[in-house]
Design a protein around this ligand. Structure first.
Ligand SMILES: [Zn+2]
Length: 416
């Protein structure tokens, strides 16, 4: 079985900056071509379309009442280098298909739907992620335009090269619009749904994260002359800290901690390591829990520093609070899944998503679609046609349920 959603994901995958792999980096020629292709599919689904000043593509499926609020459906169209064909893309294609279904069945809603294909969620080119959704929430500033890629090309000139007007970035903001919310369908990028044999799940929250660079300063020395008891080995101290972090994290549900990068100095076979640097990434959907665990980790790190006679410095370089999905959207998604006789499962998103950014200006809802092996950011990304179909059905049912709930309560906008 293949569906139009999967076929379109495949068609987009064929539009690439590389002839050996899938790559549509923000504002690249292939990225732009992908936008135009997506715009064409939006037109076919009966939407009015445009590309905004920062290179997000939009399609609007308007309802009869011009004063009605707008629900935005979408995800991102950019990819990492050597990508799979579903990360981000799937959510945009599912949304277009859902609108097409509404048009085919002549379903009228008491709100406008806009589908957006966002640029630069991945942050590959300009070392700043979520640029597309950040423009949507009005968080661009002039300084951003000066960001450069590895070829020293500025964001400003990259936008111009795509025929866009960088100075006009504020026009991409939706801050002052009457928004109902933002719904994002995304592949799970993890192994849980496959392991539990469930095609789709509701997302309860997007985990918040803190990231640190940890530096341990010991004393380098000759591997053959300094007795074990007189050493200040930065690497053995780091090992103790790394295992302590793992153990502390394991004692808590809803929390993940990872040391993903470690560097040893001077890094020679016959020298006691005098200096170690490593990173820590800690995530949870519960900010208070994460803070409690961080305090435990700081405390234990202090104790290790004392007992081993080394200095341990923690420097934080990233902090993002958790974002909760709106309970009313979660409920609508749960009902839509249950109606298809599918077990209702709820997951926390450990990965960041565009919805996390958009949550600053409107309520968010998210659905995860099962993928194979939890594989993502890799050519082996796989979502089945059956599961993509279930995602479309869930979205259409959810749109109808949202319409019913608004008609019952009288239309109102979100963020109250
Ligand atoms: Zn993604």
């Amino acid at each position: 079985m293949t569906t139009r959603v999967i076929q379109r994901c495949r068609d987009l995958a064929a539009i690439s900056d590389s002839d050996r792999s899938i790559s549509r980096i923000y504002l690249s020629p292939a990225y732009l071509q992908g936008l135009q292709q997506t715009e064409e599919w939006m037109l076919q689904a009966g939407m009015e379309t445009w590309i905004d000043a920062v290179g997000n593509v939009w399609g609007r499926y308007a309802c009869k009442d011009p004063q009605a609020p707008t629900l935005i459906l979408g995800s991102h169209l950019d990819t990492v280098p050597n990508a799979g064909m579903f990360d981000g893309i799937l959510g945009v294609m599912v949304a277009i298909e859902a609108v097409d279904r509404l048009k085919e069945q002549a379903i009228e809603l008491p709100f406008h739907i806009e589908v957006v294909g966002l640029g630069d969620e991945e942050g590959v080119r300009f070392d700043a992620s979520m640029l597309g959704s950040r423009a949507l929430i009005g968080k661009w500033e002039d300084e951003l335009l000066e960001l450069t890629d590895q070829n020293a090309k500025s964001l400003e000139s990259a936008l111009e090269a795509c025929g866009l007007n960088p100075q006009d970035y504020a026009s991409a903001s939706r801050v002052n619009d009457n928004l109902l919310g933002f719904w994002e369908v995304h592949m799970e990028q993890g192994p849980v749904l496959e392991a539990e044999d469930i095609p789709i799940s509701v997302v309860s929250a997007i985990a918040g994260a803190r990231r640190f660079k940890v530096t341990i300063e010991g004393q380098a020395g000759h591997a053959g002359t300094v007795p074990m008891g007189l050493r200040q080995d930065a690497l053995t101290a780091a090992s103790e800290v790394v295992l302590m972090i793992e153990k502390t994290a394991q004692q808590n549900n809803n929390l993940l901690a990872t040391v993903g990068h470690l560097k040893v100095f001077p890094s020679a076979v016959n020298v006691i390591p005098g200096w170690v640097e490593f990173t820590v990434d800690i995530r949870s959907d519960d900010d208070a829990l994460r803070e409690r665990v961080m305090n435990l980790i700081f405390h234990s790190s202090e104790a290790i520093s004392m007992s081993r006679g080394v200095e341990i410095y923690w420097s934080e370089y990233h902090w993002a609070p958790a974002k909760q999905c709106a309970p009313r959207f979660r409920q609508i998604f749960e009902e839509s899944i249950a109606q298809q006789k599918i077990h209702v499962r709820t997951l926390v998103s450990g990965a960041g998503h565009d919805a996390m950014t958009v949550a600053e200006i409107t309520d968010i809802g998210m659905l995860f679609v099962r993928c194979r092996g939890g594989i993502s950011h890799h050519p082996d990304e796989y979502v089945s046609a059956e599961d993509a179909e279930i995602a479309v059905n869930t979205l259409v049912l959810a749109l109808e349920k949202l319409a019913e709930s608004l008609q019952e309560s009288g239309v109102e906008s979100s963020k109250d």
